[in-house]
Design a protein around this ligand. Structure first.
Ligand code: FAD
Length: 446
């Protein structure tokens, strides 16, 4: 078995195949220096939550080798021949090229950052890998820098802005949209923007960046709507696209801009060829169509399923609903299913309600605000999505909402769900129950 891509999806596939078949020859190619690293931890490493980048590596190339997976780091696959069952592989250190045969293949190349069409953006290195994070952090610390600009206010941009402001840098967060955190509806995103601004992050929305100016190969300033904002560091977090070039050239099918697989992670039309992770489209259980949602949760599960099915198992990946969580400044921010805006974009009629509540009983010390917004289907009352922003407890609650969306529970049934209660954790009516009641009322009035 050959694996292209040595991170979450690829190495989950390799490790699962190894566990299931101790005799199988498994070879994995990774163009970077590390395997099984946690990109998710990069903002916390940059922010100084820990100093040793090794802690981002969950399993090193040597650990894989000692379990019998023949890992080649700094090796890039440059072509796939599905008729000959052969990969062309370039050793990035020696620049030599060779071919490697395979019986089964797991394609797990992930996604790449897309530089926006702004002069100077192509000179900014994306901070998506451990080695890029090390370079970024080392430069920042060595030079005692004072200012940074983050472009793009999705969860990665906001986590990076928080990390940099926590380091004492003056940080400007810029987006061309009119709200931060586009996976939330604007009303919920407003709370996140408030939190960022009260931590000292300057937020510029509906902004047109004209240029990223460099000097001596380093960023110097960002020109936005005529203002030159000093920036010794620029973080580009303007989106990523699935790395599909090799797959396309080999004849694999694409859908939703990503590699098409069936629910067993098989690439249709090619026996023994699997794909998993950020490079594939997954079945979205609410939108009822394939969608490319790039999250480590899916990559690990899909990789494990690909590795198991490649070694004779029969496991289906049941799809995704876009559940995600992040901590942005003083708030936990979480979402699942579809937002009101996503529903409108997809032409799905919904009813929505938002409530503000408290994270603990009103009298209990440390209580703080929490907002819950629910989106439901008129008629059936089925929960289609939920968003939570609050000082704590969003993580506990979003998983309840995800389970309700997943099982298609109606908000009227949610209203009386037997959720846990004690004063340090919520009011006697949990904010989710209050939100379900308000949504049921809105449905009745719709
Ligand atoms: C800063 C940051 C924070 C994140 N936070 C979260 C989070 O909190 N929660 C969450 O669920 N997800 C998070 N993610 C997303 C998560 O990291 C990804 O979804 C996950 O890493 C995807 O795994 P993957 O194996 O599909 O792809 P990748 O992690 O992109 O791995 C693909 C690998 O393939 C290699 N590769 C590509 N092409 C070739 C080739 N031709 N030859 C050899 N090697 C190749 C690449 O070098 C790469 O190492 C975050 C991502 C980033 C960047």
């Amino acid at each position: 078995m050959a694996v292209i891509g040595g991170d979450a999806a690829g190495m989950s596939a390799a490790a699962t195949a190894r566990r299931r078949d101790s005799d199988l020859e498994i070879v994995a190619f990774e163009r970077g220096p590390y395997t099984s690293y946690s990109a998710c931890g990069i903002p916390y490493y940059i922010g100084g939550a820990f100093d040793d980048s090794d802690r981002l590596i969950s399993r090193s190339p040597d650990e894989f080798r000692s379990s019998g997976v023949d890992v080649h780091t700094r090796h890039e696959v440059t072509a796939i021949d599905l008729d000959q069952r052969e990969l062309t592989v370039r050793d990035l250190d020696t620049r030599s090229e060779r071919t490697e045969g395979f019986d089964t293949l797991v394609y797990a190349t992930g996604a790449e950052a897309v530089a926006p069409p702004i002069p100077g953006a192509d000179m900014v290195e994306p901070v998506r890998t451990v080695d890029a994070a090390e370079r970024f952090r080392n430069t920042m610390l060595r030079r005692d820098d004072t200012c940074a600009v983050v472009i793009g206010s999705g969860y990665i941009g906001m986590e990076m802005a928080e990390a940099l402001v926590g380091r004492g840098l003056s940080v400007t967060l810029i987006d061309r949209l009119d709200q931060v955190f586009p996976s939330l509806d604007a009303d919920m995103a407003g709370h996140v923007q408030d939190a960022a601004e009260s931590d000292g992050i300057r937020v510029l929305l509906s902004a047109e960046i004209e240029e990223i100016r460099h000097e001596g190969g380093r960023p110097r300033a960002v020109l936005v709507d005529g203002e030159e904002i000093p920036a010794q560091h620029v973080v580009l977090a303007t989106g990523v696209r699935p790395l599909t070039k090799l797959a396309e050239e080999a004849g694999l099918e694409l859908v939703a801009g990503a590699v098409r697989t069936d629910d067993h992670q098989r690439c249709p039309g090619f026996d023994g060829v699997y794909a998993a992770g950020d490079c594939v489209a997954s079945w979205h259980r609410v939108l009822k169509e394939p969608a490319n949602i790039q999250l480590g949760t899916h990559a690990n599960k899909q990789g494990r399923i690909a590795g198991a099915n490649a070694t004779g198992a029969d496991i289906a990946f049941p799809g995704v609903i876009g559940t995600a969580i992040s901590r942005i400044c003083r708030y936990e921010v979480a979402r699942t299913g579809i937002s009101e805006r996503e529903a409108a974009d997809a032409g799905i009629e919904v009813v929505a309600a938002e409530v503000k509540s408290t994270t603990r009983a009103g009298y209990y010390p440390g209580t703080g605000p929490i907002w819950v917004k629910l989106v439901a289907e008129p008629g059936s009352g089925r929960l289609l999505g939920g968003q939570i922003v609050g000082v704590e407890g969003a993580a506990k609650r979003i998983d309840v909402l995800a389970t309700c969306v997943w099982t298609g529970m109606a908000v009227s049934e949610m209203e009386l769900l037997d959720l846990a209660y004690a004063p340090p954790f919520s009011g006697v009516y949990d904010p989710l129950l209050v939100a379900a009641r308000e949504t049921a009322k809105a449905l009745a009035g719709a």
